[in-house]
Design a protein around this ligand. Structure first.
Ligand code: GDP
Ligand code: MN
Length: 441
């Protein structure tokens, strides 16, 4: 589960992490009192959505967002297209010392869409804005290591996540934080420092000082940075987070380290232990199809391709996605989703799975790939037929059934009178569904 930046900062502050003060505004008429409350003479206006990349993101009207989405595939493409067509009204994060501008930016941002590299091509509707006191950034005395010889603001990157290979919490840090962190990760990953924390021992200050000295911080900055990491580690473990990320943490003129941005993801499987975390959920930010899938006990992840997949078992579902890519990649065909109906799916679940896949207008064909183990092929076949009839499935349906009761299952499909394309093997299924998606069969 994901939360907004303003909520993440409230959590961090509770654990003793230094964050700038801020006020959430959901209505333009509350801007004056927010500025009054914050005081000072520098403010940051930050759109609150469950996605990052806001600093480089673009605010557009919902109509323009839809227009751009219809010709683009990813959030990255959409950002470039908005720039090309000059449709951007503002950015997702604006720093200003002009009160009137704070007001006008809030008005521009609320109710419009923010498109970033992480949002997908249509962006996300902005329903809340966080106005924070602005922090003056100082220049990094060492300069940029990413682009040698260039000046840069003093922005640090710090993140905690679980490393599944070692079963430990991994702490990542870089002196090259800020909006360019993706470039660092791709082009100069050696500028990202990693340490692993043994869960039996917990975070130790000396380990923090090792990173802090690698970041080439002075002693006062180091102390402040280690305190920050200690706070983040306590948040991570106490609340069962899966990611805690601060980008950037900045060094102030007084050599303090402050978290200017914060992102926390929580482990869904541990939410039952944290009703206070569950209370921060903003369902309007969550994908409707994912919520529906969750309700039916289906594991569903939407992707950006055009072949819907309905599979039993996570391993087979992964292999099915590989299969579609293998046969389809050259002709622009790729999986539209990951969907695992689980080991013992019932007829209604199969039907729910179909309706979730069909919500995605990009789907041009569906591949059903079932191995009948616990789940019997005839039960699945009945689910497919019922769903196809009830939902009026209009896209071609390729079905591979193998295992327990496969003969009965295949007979049910054949006798249904529906246009179902049977497949005899994995390879056959992959070839056929790609052809079907291209309209060749
Ligand atoms: P993100 O792009 O979604 O990660 O949003 P951030 O909250 O990280 O903001 C993007 C960038 O805006 C940061 O990397 C900073 O460079 C800048 N920024 C954010 N807050 C402040 C601030 O208080 N003062 C200044 N000068 N810049 C800020
Ligand atoms: Mn950030």
């Amino acid at each position: 589960m994901n939360i907004h930046e303003y909520q993440a900062k409230e959590v961090l502050a509770r654990f003793g992490v230094a964050v700038p003060r801020g006020v959430v505004v959901k209505n333009r008429k509350d801007v004056d009192s927010a500025i009054e409350q914050l005081g000072g003479d520098l403010w940051v206006v930050k759109a609150q959505i469950h996605a990052g990349g806001r600093g480089k993101g673009k605010i557009v009207t919902p109509e323009n967002a839809r227009k751009v989405a219809s010709v683009c595939h990813t959030g990255k493409d959409a950002v470039a297209e908005i720039e090309k067509q000059k449709l951007s009204l503002s950015k997702g994060v604006t720093v200003t010392n002009d009160r009137a501008k704070v007001k006008s930016i809030v008005e521009t941002v609320l109710g419009n869409h923010l498109v970033t590299i992480q949002t997908g091509n249509a962006g996300k509707s902005v329903n809340a804005v966080y106005i924070t006191e602005g922090v003056d950034l100082i220049k990094d005395p060492i300069g940029s290591q990413l682009r040698a010889g260039q000046e840069k603001d003093f922005e640090l990157y710090i993140a905690l996540t679980v490393d599944r290979e070692t079963g430990k919490v991994c702490i990542l840090a870089s002196r090259e934080g800020g909006v360019e962190i993706e470039v660092v990760a791709h082009e100069k990953p050696e500028l990202l420092r990693k340490i692993w924390v043994d869960p039996c021992v917990g975070f130790q200050e000396f380990a923090g000082y090792q990173i802090a000295s690698d970041m080439k911080l002075n002693p006062k900055q180091q102390k402040s940075f280690v305190k920050l990491i200690d706070g983040l580690y306590r948040v991570f473990t106490a609340l069962d987070a899966s990611i805690v990320e601060v980008n950037p943490a900045v060094v102030t003129a007084d050599d303090d380290v402050v978290a200017l941005d914060a992102k926390i993801n929580f482990d869904d499987n541990a939410l039952f232990r944290h009703p206070d975390v569950e209370e921060m959920r903003d369902s309007t930010e969550e994908d409707q199809a994912e919520q529906e899938a969750h309700k039916w006990g289906l594991s569903y992840v939407p992707l950006e391709g055009n072949v819907g997949c309905l599979v039993n078992g996570a391993g087979l579902a992964m292999a099915t996605m590989d299969l579609i890519l293998r046969y389809g990649e050259k002709s622009g065909i790729s999986p539209a989703n990951f969907l695992d109906v689980g080991g013992g799916a019932k007829e209604e679940q199969v039907k729910a799975a179909f309706s979730i896949i069909l919500r995605d207008p990009a789907v041009k064909a569906i591949l059903v790939n079932i191995f009948g183990g616990i789940m019997l092929c005839d039960i699945v076949a009945r689910g497919i037929v019922a769903a196809a009839k009830d939902l009026g499935v209009k896209v071609p349906l390729v079905v591979r059934l193998e295992g327990n009761h496969q003969a009965e299952g295949k007979a049910i499909l054949k006798d249904s009178g529906l246009h179902i394309i049977p497949a005899d093997s994995m390879a056959d299924a992959g070839e056929k569904v790609v052809k079907a998606a291209l309209g060749e069969i």
